[in-house]
Design a protein around this ligand. Structure first.
Ligand code: APR
Length: 232
């Protein structure tokens, strides 16, 4: 039975793949208003603008390649039962070989009915205004918008609580409930946070901070985890 490694990843792990983050310099939220493109109100007001935003991001994600950080997580599946809980909507974790990926905020590569959220479809192409679901409603991105529920948060919290080791990588920990998952970790397990600008985490949670790019930091965490768990 392999020890359980759980990872909470954010946009920073895909930054070296050329996908913009949200809150860094020149991030997505510096160039778009969240309420226009990532909220139910924005969707109601101007669905074309929202479809354009996600169609553009889907194309960017398709052009991007996984980077070393994604591949390190896939390699750690040799030593651990790994679950990646990601806030990202790209598919770089999967394309690097991670098998258990939970997309808390949805996926660019799925769309769904605007009437029945259980009607979800895989996509690769653009969603166009006029594309209808079987119930006749406009198809929308399968993305959790601000103000919408995060259906997988309970599942993610249970998985985090069962972790024997935990990594936070590439997230500013500013968006809840995702950011609250760090509080679900058990006390006496190895915990690491990898970021170019380490976000504040209460010292009582006992995280080891590795400041630097995800591709470098994840290599160091991999070596450290293998050292710790080799002895056990
Ligand atoms: N390596 C490691 N970390 C990096 C790198 C890098 N190359 N580049 C940026 N970062 C870090 C930043 O320092 C920051 O802490 O990645 C983090 C990105 O933070 P955000 O842009 O806020 O992205 P994220 O935390 O994923 O946002 C969470 O907010 O807008 C919503 O739904 C959206 O899922 C998103 C959520």
């Amino acid at each position: 039975m392999l020890p359980r490694l759980v990872v909470l990843s954010g946009a920073g792990i895909s930054a070296e793949s050329g996908i913009p983050t949200f809150r860094d310099f020149n991030g997505l939220w510096n160039n778009y208003r969240i309420e226009d493109v990532a909220s139910p109100e924005g969707w109601r007001k101007n669905p074309q603008l929202v479809l354009d935003f996600y169609n553009m991001r889907r194309k960017d994600a398709q052009k991007a390649q996984p980077n070393r950080a994604h591949y390190v997580l896939a390699e750690l599946q040799e030593d651990f039962d790994v679950t990646v809980v990601t806030q990202n909507v790209d598919d770089l974790h999967e394309r690097a070989g991670s098998k258990n990926v939970i997309h808390l905020h949805g996926s660019l590569f799925k769309m769904r009915s605007s009437k029945d959220e259980s009607l979800v479809f895989d996509i690769k192409e653009d969603i166009k205004l006029g594309d209808k679901c079987p119930l006749g409603s406009q198809l929308r991105p399968h993305i959790v918008w601000f103000g919408e529920a995060v259906p997988l948060i309970e599942t993610a919290a249970e998985i985090v609580a069962s972790a024997d080791a935990f990594i936070v990588v590439g997230t500013s920990l500013q968006v809840y409930p995702a950011a609250g998952l760090i509080e679900e970790t058990r006390d006496a397990i190895p915990k690491f946070v990898v970021d170019t600008k380490i976000p504040y985490i209460s010292p009582r949670l006992g995280f080891n901070a590795l400041e630097g790019k995800a591709s470098e930091g994840m290599e160091r965490v991999k070596d450290e985890l293998r050292r710790i768990f080799a002895k056990q």
